[in-house]
Design a protein around this ligand. Structure first.
Ligand code: UDP
Length: 195
């Protein structure tokens, strides 16, 4: 998809439907693909944090998450066609996972929230495979235990709810060795879905 720059931060001009097709292709392809949901807060973090900026440069897909981005894109001559909210993309991916039988792991949020979100999503989209849930934390000392769980669970799709930029830095650091085809940071999406 076309690449736009909002205050030098990389964002793809994709629609929700196109993002879904891309993720489907990433999973078919294997390897490890990171998806980021860029909102105005991401832009501010990326401008201050070079590690985070690099993550957004190296990711496979940066969706424009928020009308603020579309507005900024218009002002800056970097047009973006559609807002792709992280939680909407996550739900659409779960719906696709139900059709394809993908294995999905929910990592992050407070104790019990990922389980509740998984229950809601299983009721709404029966057929996807819950590879596992774990709250954990993005602290480096917890990474080995989390990696071990993920290695055993073998998800096709990993959602990480540690908030930005920690979740995206965590994914960039750990996903390649785990060979999880697609991982995406989702911020407060588990809380939102769990209700
Ligand atoms: N979170 C977590 N561990 C942490 C920090 C945050 O599990 O060390 C979770 C938190 O419970 C929430 C999500 O990360 O579910 C962050 O949500 P928020 O709405 O703050 O993120 P944003 O959407 O602003 O990136």
């Amino acid at each position: 998809p076309p690449v736009r720059r909002i205050l030098s931060v990389r964002v793809h001009d994709v629609t929700l439907a196109e993002a879904l097709e891309l993720v489907e292709a990433f999973i078919a392809e294997g390897g490890s693909h990171q998806v980021c949901t860029v909102n105005p807060e991401f832009i501010m973090h990326a401008r201050r944090n070079p590690d985070f900026f690099r993550v957004l440069e190296g990711s496979s897909l940066n969706v424009p998450d928020g009308v603020g981005l579309l507005w900024a894109g218009r002002m800056l001559g970097q047009p973006l066609r559609e807002r792709v909210a992280g939680v909407d993309l996550m739900e659409a991916l779960i719906a696709r996972a139900a059709e394809r039988g993908w294995r999905v792991f929910l990592l992050g949020a407070a104790e019990g929230v990922a389980e509740r979100a998984a229950k809601v999503l299983q009721a709404r989209y029966p057929g996807w495979v819950l590879a596992g849930t774990f709250a954990g934390s993005p602290r480096p000392e917890e990474a080995p235990a989390i990696r071990e769980r993920l290695q055993e669970a073998r998800p096709d799709l990993l959602f990480v709810a540690y908030g930005a930029p920690q979740q995206d830095l965590w994914i960039a650091r750990h996903q390649p060795a785990l060979r999880i085809p697609v991982a995406m940071g989702v911020g407060g999406a588990f809380d939102f879905i769990a209700g």
